[in-house]
Write a protein that binds this ligand. Structure first.
Ligand SMILES: Cc1cc2nc3c(=O)[nH]c(=O)nc-3n(C[C@H](O)[C@H](O)[C@H](O)COP(=O)(O)OP(=O)(O)OC[C@H]3O[C@@H](n4cnc5c(N)ncnc54)[C@H](O)[C@@H]3O)c2cc1C
Length: 427
């Protein structure tokens, strides 16, 4: 369902301070940089470049923050969609360490922007990764030790009782608690970046879908009613590109993930659920993730879908999953449910690089983009300004197309996911 302001109906769309509508592109204009997509990636790059004096245009097919940036779970985590040990096998230990340090810089960048532009997005410190099975408990222990030893990134191990003191659920065996990650209101953050970008001089055009990209010394992005000629083009369209750059689309799989928001629980009842107001995620393949909202709702995410159709009876499924974690919420209704696509890469590592020397892209955030997108925007801006070493580190991560091509990648992935879900259920 779409609400009046043309965002999908969600607690975010209902609670964010709205942005004024921006015009649709009409006619031909020139820019130093033209960016496809007004999500966190595009807006972060736009803001950085406008502040450096570039004339920047952003073309958005729908509305600012309409994609994943206005719909996500709001859990802002250091690192990337794959674990560091995966990056070590892909690029070696030294580069994996550099990439992790950059992800911490991305988190700092996000905090810096929230502070500088006074973005009222309700940041809260703290994130717990919670095991359900002993296998997962062992994995989390090993991960915590690895991150402390190799990456100087200490996180706390909480046993069952320590976790129970903060989280009113008996489902989990303990937690790895990361005090540096946390959560925020995703749409307020996207709108805050957009406001800051426009103040810095960025021109954003909404309802201006790019239908064609001419790859040239001066690239051109074409929409239904206009064209932008530029010196540098940036593709930040996530899972929605639809034909603009087929070689990018084959490297990611749009995977549907869904969130439910309960009715307000009242301050006391909400506080009793998550005393320290942290964000929580389990480590199943099709994971549950949850946190509280500023108006004391439980926001509960999960239920991945590998077809592009929304799952049937989503509200009922979300309620069932939520009550598996919090049986005490048996009397509580879910007021909103919504979903969106995450852009999963085959190895879940970020897929950032260039299609040509002056055409940049960042995708493959693999459900881990709230903090990493700011880093992507910052590093693309650095590269446009002539300092590409840090951005190019990401180009060294090898990526492959999904097997089966566009027609068969979904059924193949569905079969693979069924195996992982079965493994979560059995061991
Ligand atoms: C339900 C859900 C829950 C999630 N939870 C978390 C979480 O808790 N933590 C976390 O770290 N990450 C999470 N993510 C992932 C995170 O939201 C994304 O990685 C991040 O928002 C990606 O930002 P982006 O700017 O790259 O893409 P988007 O925000 O999707 O923006 C892309 C924009 O490009 C526009 N666009 C696409 N094609 C065109 C075109 N041809 N012309 C013009 N415009 C175009 C789209 O309309 C869209 O607005 C979640 C994602 C979803 C969907």
């Amino acid at each position: 369902m779409t609400v009046k302001n043309s965002y999908p109906a969600s607690w975010y769309a209902a609670s964010a301070t709205p942005l004024p509508e921006q015009p649709t592109l009409q006619g031909r204009i020139d820019a130093d940089v033209c960016i496809l997509g007004a999500g966190y990636t595009g807006l972060s790059a736009a803001l950085e470049l406008a502040e450096a004096g570039y004339r920047v245009v952003v073309l958005e097919a729908e509305r600012i923050g309409w994609g994943a940036s206005g719909r996500n779970g709001g859990q802002a985590l250091v690192g990337f969609g794959c674990e560091q040990d995966k990056l070590e096998t892909l690029v070696g230990v030294d580069d994996a360490r550099k990439l992790f340090d950059l992800s911490r810089e991305g988190m700092a960048w996000m905090h810096g922007r929230i502070a500088k532009h006074a973005i009222a997005c309700d940041w809260r410190d703290g994130h717990a990764s919670v095991p359900i099975k002993s296998r997962q408990e062992r994995q989390l222990h090993a991960w915590q030790a690895h991150m402390a030893e190799r990456y100087d990134y200490p996180m706390e191990w909480w046993d069952r009782e320590q976790l129970r003191a903060q989280l009113a659920s008996d489902r989990y065996l303990g937690a790895v608690y990361d005090p540096h990650s946390g959560h925020l209101h995703p749409m307020e953050y996207a709108f805050g970046l957009a406001r800051a970008a426009m103040v810095a001089g960025v021109r954003i055009f909404e309802r201006s879908r790019v239908t064609q990209l001419v790859r040239d010394k001066s690239p051109v992005m074409t929409t239904a009613q206009g064209k932008v000629r530029c010196n540098h083009a940036i593709l930040a369209g996530n899972a929605w590109l639809r034909g603009v750059a087929p070689e990018l689309e084959s490297r990611i799989m749009p995977v549907g993930t869904y969130i439910g928001a309960t009715v307000p629980l009242g301050e006391q009842r909400a506080h009793e659920l998550i005393r320290n107001n942290m964000a929580v995620a389990d480590v199943n393949w099709a994971l549950d993730y949850f946190r509280l909202s500023r108006d004391h709702r439980l926001l509960f995410g999960g239920r991945a879908s590998y077809s592009t159709l929304p799952p049937p009876n989503l509200r009922g499924t979300m309620a069932r999953r939520m009550r598996r974690v919090f049986p005490q919420l048996g009397d509580v209704d879910i007021e909103y449910v919504w979903g969106g696509y995450v852009d999963i890469s085959l190895n879940r590592a970020p897929h950032w690089g260039r299609l040509a020397p002056n055409i940049y892209f960042a995708q493959g955030f693999s459900g881990h983009g709230v903090a990493a997108t700011g880093l992507a925007g910052k590093l693309i801006a650095e590269a446009v300004r002539g300092q590409a070493e840090r951005f190019d580190l990401f180009s060294r991560i090898p990526h492959h197309s999904f097997p089966g091509g566009r027609a068969f990648r979904t059924p193949i992935l569905v079969a693979a996911m069924a195996w992982y879900k079965l493994r979560d259920a059995l061991w």
